[in-house]
Each structure stands twice: as structure tokens, then as C-alpha cells.
Ligand binder design. Structure first.
Ligand SMILES: Cc1cc2nc3c(=O)[nH]c(=O)nc-3n(C[C@H](O)[C@H](O)[C@H](O)COP(=O)(O)O)c2cc1C
Ligand code: SF4
Length: 420
């Protein structure tokens, strides 16, 4: 498959506008401004693309909701918060292909009738901030941004807004709160941001990778795009692989590539000829899969059937030296720290889960602790205000489902056999 999202990124100057244009950049925008906005949305619909931010929501459906709302101005926000542990797939786009994202945002803004765009950037990506701002300046200079784009009287203004390091600000309504200058906490849905978003106006929030796909959809047409990868959720997909593999990194592959192929064919297999123990397939909030559960297509439809989720496509690989109790404990420390505190089941539940996991990992586990963990996770599940709490509960449930024996051993032997 030809590279779309990582096209030309081997070129050390790929972030420069002249290099991007030499490789065919901004041609899709030139094509798009000759089209009616509705026709662009129609192509996006035909493409079948689903949002790459984690939930897999059909992009055209979201866009149609926003378009149906007559309120003005409308805002387009690119979610570049990338805070899910294990996830670094948007980073190469932001740092090496910023004009692809800008082109995607200008086309999307034109299609949606949004004249203002923001890139909400992860606080821990300072290099990306400088690169994006330089690229935005270049795009203004060459009239790909501004009040008269390509001489067509189209307006789209774009700026970068940097977050301050809170995972919850990746959730679209907390992100909007943060952009408005408030503490990042999720809002009640409905109303959804497409109707009542930033400054109460219709706001379309899309992930970096989603928006970076738009120029290609315009270039080859929705129908041709829909033939790439899985029929249920087509297109190219960035999978980022970390942990105990020979070649960790970001791989652009057709959506629906099997988890086994991602690990063994592309990421070089298990490090030092080790043996695979478990995989967290879509970022830390997605349920773990055991070694014999990796023959599944990595897409939004097949993964739930395999017992997990595609999430952000962040594949975390663990070999037999890894203690699964410790992994669960470390994950829960993260969730406890990042819980925004707005709702009780998550605020208290993550704290309880972390405390119980901590004592099990440190050889102080008690009889009945596994049941207590399941109980607390069960009470949280489906009762938290946003998916962060649900994700935290799901991590514990998944780990106990597949690795209960390790929890039992820790409690029985009063130690962790994986510690040196
Ligand atoms: C706790 C939490 C963190 C999230 N973090 C991100 C993120 O870093 N980037 C992202 O694109 N979406 C993230 N999301 C999903 C967004 O709320 C939203 O669904 C997404 O930006 C929509 O874009 P898409 O339709 O293009 O996928 C997160 C959701 C939750 C609940
Ligand atoms: S689930 Fe957690 S992060 Fe989400 S609103 Fe409740 S406390 Fe905040």
C-alpha cells in the first residue's frame, strides 16, 4: 500500500511547505475549492472513514449533524492531545507532515462552513508546537490559510492551543472547556459539541489522523478510498507498537491488518526471541488480550468481537518476564492521577482500585482482594460520567479474566515472583 499519512516523511525536510508541494501537497485543496461543500461531505460519506481518535464514530455522520445546524460561526478542532498511554501515532503527522494536517483542516473547514480552526496540542509535544506554528505561517503566506484562500474568497484561520498535560483534556468536551479557558472536565452530553460546542457554537472535533485522511479522500474519491483495508472501516491506519518487540514504531498499514502481523511481520516479533505473554491492543484503556488472542483484525468492528477494542491503535506488547499485576497497578496509578474528580465512581473507584492493587503487588494482598477488585470495577462500570472511568474498570476486569492466576499467586505467596 502506498503511504498516505506518512508519505514523504523519510525526507528530513518533509515539514517544509516547498517539499510538501513537490510531493503533490495542497493539490487536493485546489481540487476541493472547485467542489461544492456538500459534494466533499458526500465523498467523505462514500469513503466510509471512521474517526481515528478511539471511538470509531463515522466521520460523515458527525459532519452532517454539524452542517444541519444553522448557527454560525462554526469551529473545527483538531484533537492532537494524544494522551492515551502507549499512543504516539499522531506525532509523526504533527512533526513530519504538518501540512497534510493543515490541508485536511482547510478542506474540512470549507466543507463544514467552519472559518476558525484550532489544533489542541498535547502539552508534552513542544517540538510539534514549533513545527506546526512554522507550517501554519508558511500556509498563510502561500494563501492556503487566511481570508481569501487560493483567491476563492474562502476563509479559514488556524492556530495552535497547547494543553497543560491532562489526559482528560483529550475527551472532546473537556477539551472544549480547556480551550475556553476553564478547568478540563467533561460536559454533559447531549447536547453534543456538533450543536453546542466551543463558545456554545457548533463545533466539530476530529482526531489528527482523521483529518489527515481528508486530502487523500478528495484526491482519489470516496469510493476508491473505501476499497482500502476492512470493508467495515476502510482506509489507511497508523498503528504504534511499543514494548517487547524488536522494532517498536509507527506503522502505516491498511485498516484491519491482523494483530499478529503487526507484531510479528512489521514490528519484528518479540524482543530477544522472547515469548509473547499479552498484548494491550489499543492503548492502556483497552482490555488486554492473551498470547493466543492475537489472530484478529485490528479495526473498530472486529476488535470488540475479539474481546477488546481498536482504541487508538496503540499496541503494547508484553513478554513472559512481565508481571500482569504490576501492569494493572501502574495503569491504575495513571487513571487515579488523571481522574478529573467530577464523578464519585471514578474519583473514589480509581483510588480504591489502586490501593488494592498496590498491596497485592507488594505482597500484602488479602484473601478476598480479587473479589473486591471485581466488585469495585463492577460498580464503576457504566456508572461514570465519561469513558475514562469505564476504561479504568475494564482494565482490571480484563486482567483478572485472563491472568487471575497471577493475582492469586501474589496473594498466596505474599510476593511478586517477577521482581528481582
Ligand atoms: C479520556 C479520554 C481521552 C481521549 N483522548 C483523545 C485524544 O488524545 N485524541 C483524540 O483524538 N481523541 C481522544 N478521545 C476521544 C475524543 O473524545 C473524541 O471522540 C475524538 O477526538 C473524536 O475524533 P474522531 O471522530 O476523529 O475520532 C478521548 C476520549 C476520552 C474519553
Ligand atoms: S469518569 Fe473520571 S474523568 Fe470522567 S468525569 Fe468522572 S471523574 Fe472525571
Amino acid at each position: 500500500m502506498e503511504k498516505v499519512l506518512l508519505k514523504n516523511t523519510d525526507n528530513p525536510d518533509s515539514a517544509d511547505i516547498s517539499e510538501y508541494r513537490k510531493a503533490g501537497g495542497y493539490r487536493s485543496l485546489a481540487k476541493a475549492v472547485q467542489m461544492e461543500p456538500r459534494d466533499i461531505v458526500e465523498e467523505v460519506k462514500k469513503s466510509g472513514i471512521r474517526g481515528r481518535g478511539g471511538a470509531g464514530f463515522p466521520t460523515a455522520m458527525k459532519w452532517n449533524f454539524a452542517m444541519a445546524d444553522p448557527k454560525f460561526p462554526k469551529y473545527l478542532i483538531c484533537n492532537a492531545d494524544e494522551g492515551e498511554p502507549g499512543t504516539f501515532k499522531d506525532r509523526p503527522i504533527l512533526e513530519k507532515n504538518p501540512h497534510l494536517l493543515i490541508e485536511g483542516m482547510v478542506i474540512s473547514g470549507y466543507a463544514l462552513g467552519a472559518e476558525y480552526g484550532y489544533i489542541y496540542l498535547r502539552g508534552e509535544y513542544p517540538a510539534a508546537k514549533d513545527i506546526l506554528e512554522a507550517a501554519i505561517e508558511q500556509a498563510y503566506r502561500e494563501k492556503f490559510l487566511g481570508d481569501d484562500i487560493l483567491g476563492k474568497g474562502i476563509r479559514f484561520r488556524l492556530s495552535v492551543h497547547q494543553g497543560a498535560g491532562a489526559y482528560i483534556c483529550g475527551e472532546e468536551t473537556a477539551l472544549i472547556e480547556s480551550i475556553e479557558g476553564r478547568k478540563g472536565q467533561p460536559r454533559t452530553k447531549p447536547p453534543f459539541p456538533v450543536n453546542v460546542g466551543a463558545w456554545s457554537m457548533p463545533t466539530i472535533v476530529n482526531n489528527v489522523e482523521t483529518l489527515a485522511n481528508i486530502p487523500y479522500i478528495v484526491e482519489i474519491g470516496g469510493e476508491a478510498y473505501s476499497a482500502i483495508g476492512s470493508s467495515d472501516c476502510p482506509g489507511p491506519k497508523l498503528y504504534c507498537v511499543s514494548g517487547f518487540v524488536e522494532k517498536p514504531g509507527v506503522y502505516e498499514l491498511p485498516m484491519g491488518t491482523s494483530l499478529r502481523d503487526i507484531i510479528y511481520k512489521h514490528a519484528g516479533g518479540i524482543k530477544n526471541n522472547g515469548k509473547l505473554k499479552a498484548v494491550i491492543p489499543g492503548g492502556i484503556s483497552t482490555p488486554v488480550l492473551p498470547a493466543d488472542g492475537i489472530d484478529c483484525a485490528m479495526d473498530f468492528v472486529a476488535m470488540p468481537k475479539a474481546g477488546s477494542m481498536l482504541g487508538s491503535g496503540a499496541v503494547i506488547v508484553m513478554d513472559e518476564s512481565v508481571c500482569m499485576v504490576r501492569v494493572t497497578y501502574r495503569a491504575m496509578k495513571f487513571f487515579e492521577h488523571e481522574s478529573c474528580g467530577k464523578c464519585t465512581p471514578c474519583r473514589e473507584g480509581t483510588d480504591w482500585l489502586r490501593k488494592i492493587l498496590e498491596r497485592i503487588e507488594h505482597g500484602k494482598g488479602r484473601e478476598g482482594d480479587i473479589e473486591l477488585l471485581s466488585d469495585v470495577a463492577g460498580v464503576m462500570s457504566g456508572r461514570t460520567f465519561c469513558p475514562l472511568g469505564d476504561g479504568a474498570a475494564g482494565v482490571v476486569t480484563g486482567m483478572i479474566r485472563h491472568f487471575r492466576n497471577e493475582f492469586e499467586e501474589h496473594i498466596r505467596d505474599k510476593q511478586c515472583k517477577f521482581r528481582n
